[in-house]
Design a protein around this ligand. Structure first.
Ligand code: SAH
Ligand code: SF4
Ligand code: F3S
Length: 441
């Protein structure tokens, strides 16, 4: 009998990948995905611990699920997975004792056992171990969901930036062997995937058998059917020469790189333990653009890190102006329990953080808008992977991750199509398909 599984995902792309893999693991038990908790036999909240707000959402969601289950009067397994589960497993069981399963990001290959145990025990099952066996060795083949897919190649972090919980919630750096990654990539290509995003908390720290990420990218790009490649998220410290060269040499590698900078102030970068300074980043940006002149950069920023002065913040605005980012995520610093920065003196008052965030976001938005505007009249390739709001319309992503919609493009879902950008809309670009014979080489 089929049972319905609803997985709600918070946080980063790694969690999106993990959610899909949890569904793969549960499929042999008869669980098929459903899009809401109402009818679900099992609900998994795949959680994120990165900022306080993200974490707290979990408890309100759990409250709603408890009510729903009681009103329905029909059993529902409630599981909490991901980084909040890892960091606060015991706390979850204390604050929400009605939860059936709590599991960390490294144990979800054991989900079938946990489900069986939860059914038997009547009590909660908690598994937040960092097991010696890598979960990847126990996962079934992935089921592609469309023409674009994530492929996790690296996990965990040894960098210990002083603001960040990831090294604690995900554990140390682990690289999957190249052969396992290539097998998974070939399987996804066989299922019709044309665009792959290689994932890792520090994806460019990936290494296996003397290969670095640049070599892996070349090998994946050589797989039949894979025509677009991306990787995320990178650390500036791990951009080696070969990886930069791959941007010049591998056509399939999209000219877009998410390379978080966090701050433009040397003092703050040092206090964050980012282990590079602003000049190193500026040089890196320059070398990448020499390698691939159409490359655009995206970044993350934190404002209001403890001790950040007006002058430090001005350095951030200055480097943003110098580099120009096309897409950015910026956040107010959130003190996370157990991280070194949470105990630093000189925490920045909330209103100051808010003011700085607003100023930075206004500048970043201006840059994104200018970039979008400059795309008008340009030709680019778009992977049209989903239907749009209007009949006959398809939507996809440009090389720069901009959502692009194309009208009356026929049945070309799942294909990479050459388009010319026609208009900028508030949340997307409108484009027209270019006839095949006029296509650029
Ligand atoms: N590995 C990536 C980032 C992963 S976390 C890197 O090294 O850049 C994603 C983003 O969340 C970070 O880039 C950072 O901007 C933000 N972030 C992490 N911890 C935070 C905190 N305590 N407060 C505010 N933002 C935070
Ligand atoms: Fe967090 Fe820093 Fe590791 Fe990125 S590199 S995951 S910000 S500790
Ligand atoms: Fe959040 Fe964990 Fe990702 S804390 S950002 S889900 S690694």
């Amino acid at each position: 009998m089929t049972k319905k599984l609803f997985v709600k995902t918070y946080g980063c792309q790694m969690n999106v990948y993990d959610s899909a893999r949890m569904a793969d693991v549960l499929a042999p038990l008869g669980y098929a995905p459903t899009d809401g908790p109402e009818q679900a036999d099992m609900v998994i909240l795949n959680t994120c611990h990165i900022r306080e707000k993200a974490s707290e959402k979990v408890f309100s969601e759990l409250g709603r699920l408890r009510l729903l289950r009681a009103e329905r009067g029909q059993p529902m397994i409630i599981a909490v997975a991901g980084c909040v589960a890892q960091a606060e497993g015991e706390e979850i069981l204390r604050r929400a004792p009605f939860v059936d399963i709590v599991l960390g990001p490294q144990t979800y290959h054991r989900l079938p056992e946990m489900v069986a145990q939860a059914a038997r025990a009547g009590g909660a099952v908690l598994d937040t171990e960092f097991p010696p066996e890598p979960k990847f060795d126990f996962l079934p083949a992935p089921q592609a969901d469309g023409a674009a897919a994530f492929l996790s190649v690296q996990e965990g972090c040894d960098k210990f930036c002083t603001f960040c919980v990831v090294p604690y919630t995900r554990g140390g750096e682990y690289s999957r062997p190249a052969s396992a990654i290539l097998d998974e990539a070939r399987e996804l290509a066989r299922q019709g995937v044309v665009e792959l995003t290689l994932l890792g908390q520090n994806v460019n720290a990936w290494t296996s058998d003397g290969w670095g990420l640049g070599r892996l990218i070349r090998e994946v790009a050589a797989i039949d059917g894979i025509s677009r490649l991306r990787y995320t998220t990178s650390h500036p410290r791990d951009m080696d020469d070969d990886l930069i060269l791959a941007h010049a040499e591998v056509d399939a590698l999209m000219p877009f790189l998410h390379l978080p900078l966090q701050s433009g102030s040397n003092r703050i970068l040092e206090a964050m333990n980012r282990r590079h300074d602003r000049d190193t980043y500026l040089r890196l940006a320059e070398r990448l653009k020499i390698a691939r002149p159409d490359l655009a950069l995206a970044s993350d920023f934190i404002v209001g890190f403890p001790g950040e002065t007006d002058a430090d913040f001005a350095d951030t605005l200055d480097i943003v102006r110098r580099i120009g980012f096309v897409q950015t995520y910026s956040f107010k610093y959130s003190a996370r329990p157990g991280t070194p920065a949470a105990n630093l003196p000189n925490q920045v008052p909330e209103p100051v953080k808010e003011e700085r965030l607003a100023e930075l976001q206004a500048l970043l938005l201006e840059q994104t808008k200018a970039f979008n505007q400059a795309c008008v009249g340009k030709r680019m390739s778009v992977l049209l992977d989903r239907p749009g709001r209007r009949p006959g319309q398809l939507v996809g992503r440009s090389p720069y991750m901009q959502p692009v919609h194309v009208d009356d493009v026929g049945d070309r879902r799942g294909q990479v199509v050459e388009v010319e950008i026609a208009e900028v809309h508030p949340n997307s670009l409108k484009a027209v398909a270019i006839a095949a014979e006029r296509k650029r080489a």
